[in-house]
Design a protein around this ligand. Structure first.
Ligand SMILES: [Zn+2]
Length: 493
């Protein structure tokens, strides 16, 4: 019954390596690129995983990718946006001897099952019950939609899920009755305004800090780290000025701090010598007289004054200089207004533009077969799952709130949220999102809304994670990385 890879390639041929036609959708806590007709199917897959409490890790989950098939010739189904790899570190590709069935772990938790995979006692950290539910997801005509790489006899590719239907078969629509947890999942997405769901950290794994409250040490001679919240407590060490710390909690003028970002406390410091990192450093004129030099610490100095069109052109090798000259002032003004004029966020913003709108000008999303069936952008209109995610509630919202600007703001909810934050009524006049000055402010606000995650990702120089916090998966990732790396050379720290 199931289709061969060549059959699927031929059925989805028109989408082969067509990155621009891919659609970005939430997938649990992740965002993934998939072929637009398959958006609802992948949403159903996420719903089933959500229903089973299976944690999806954005850092080792990926969908669209223009590449060759693993262990063979020809294009991978990932190149058509119809395949998805989930949590590959704990669901590794295994090319074993002979044929055999997949081995599930019978452990209760995902972490324990992952240990079984590591020990080669199991092939996957997914459960048999969840996979059974995935394989039962059907079209309204009763056709199973997904094939799972763990069900192959010759190799095991448990990370891998692929569509097993043609576009025509998928056009019958999804049978919601075959998707346990669909309603709950869509409601959860709705609650986040179409953003990916918050990552749920399992209690057994002490990792990411629950709070991201970065501060920098401003005591000129360094600040004492103590074992407790008082000047009588033992001194553990003296921390130099400019050191960045994460404040975990406050107590009587003392801050419990974490140095390395693992969420574990390293000691206590006096709050009066810590400055919140969200607070822009006071601008200082060098040699202003009086001899009281103030040092701008923590690498947060505003560099926008040094960001010229000529330098930015070096990050945009495929873009004419005239657009950069025209629109760069809007971008820099937007960043300054959001308090994001420091090197990290300037590079982040410019690399984001390179990934989203390489022409360096605010533009509208183009009409295509992927957002349009019979009238413009009707695939984003009420009644579709995409509309639910975008918060599109009125007929015509799809076209009204199509992607615009440097960041391709999309959907009624985003126009409402970002417009509200900027004090601009984008709901009544969405076309204003393409106005250069406003597009710059929208870019700044968009980055502001994920500033904590972006900074944390950049601090560990995880560019994939940084990119995902703005706009999802792998879309434009190579352009983002190239621009960021060029920027690091053009604007040395
Ligand atoms: Zn795969």
């Amino acid at each position: 019954m199931s289709k061969t890879t060549p059959q699927l390639r031929s059925a989805w041929k028109e989408f082969e390596c067509d990155e621009d036609s891919m659609m970005l959708i939430p997938f649990g806590p992740d965002k993934i690129r998939v072929v637009p007709p398959a958006a609802e199917a992948f949403e159903a897959l996420a719903a089933v995983m959500h229903h089973h409490g299976y944690e999806i890790r954005p850092k080792d989950t990926d969908s669209y990718n223009c590449r060759k098939i693993t262990g063979g010739s020809g294009k991978s189904l990932h190149a058509y946006g119809i395949a998805l790899d989930v949590n590959w570190t704990t669901n590794p590709y295994r090319d074993h001897e002979g044929t055999r069935a997949v081995r599930f772990s019978d452990k209760d938790t995902q972490d324990e099952r992952a240990l079984d995979v590591k020990a080669h006692h199991a092939d996957t950290d997914m459960t048999e019950a969840m996979i059974a539910d995935v394989r039962n997801i059907r079209t309204r005509e009763g056709r199973p939609i997904f094939e799972w790489g763990g069900s192959w006899n010759s190799v095991k590719d448990c990370m891998h899920f692929e569509l097993d239907v043609s576009p025509q078969e998928l056009a019958a629509g999804l049978d919601p009755a075959t998707v346990p947890g669909l309603e709950a999942y869509l409601l959860a997405l709705r609650a986040t305004g179409g953003e990916p769901l918050p990552v749920v950290e399992p209690v057994t794994v002490p990792v990411a800090p629950a709070v991201f409250d970065p501060h920098v040490v401003i005591a000129r001679d360094g600040l004492r780290l103590r074992s407790g919240p008082s000047a009588d407590s033992d001194i553990k060490r003296v921390v130099p000025a400019g050191t960045q710390v994460n404040v975990l909690r406050r107590e009587n003028g003392w801050a419990q701090v974490d140095f390395i970002g693992d969420g574990l406390a390293d000691g206590f410091m006096s709050l009066s010598f810590l400055r919140p990192l969200d607070q822009a450093p006071t601008p200082v004129q060098p040699d202003a007289g009086g001899g009281v030099g103030v040092v701008i610490v923590g690498g947060r100095a505003d560099i926008t004054g040094d960001v010229t069109p000529a330098l930015v052109s070096r990050m945009f090798p495929n873009t004419g200089k005239s657009n950069i000259t025209t629109h760069l002032p809007s971008v820099l003004a937007g960043l300054r207004a959001a308090g994001l004029g420091d090197r990290d966020m300037v590079l982040m913003a410019l690399a984001t533009i390179r990934a989203e709108t390489e022409g360096f000008r605010p533009i509208s999303e183009g009409r295509s077969g992927f957002n349009t069936r019979t009238h413009p952008f009707d695939l984003y209109d009420p009644g579709t799952n995409v509309a639910r995610i975008l918060g599109n509630t009125q007929p015509g919202d799809g076209a009204r709130f199509k992607g615009r600007g440097f960041v391709q703001l999309t959907g009624r909810d985003n126009y409402r949220r970002v417009g509200g934050q900027l004090g601009v009524n984008l709901l009544d006049d969405p076309e204003r999102a393409n106005d250069s000055a406003l597009a710059g402010r929208i870019l700044g606000q968009f980055l502001k809304n994920c500033e904590g995650r972006a900074r944390a990702a950049l601090a560990e120089r995880n560019l994939e994670k940084a990119r995902k916090c703005v706009n999802g998966g792998t879309h434009g990732m190579s352009r983002f990385r190239d621009a960021y790396e060029r920027g690091e050379r053009v604007f040395p720290a």
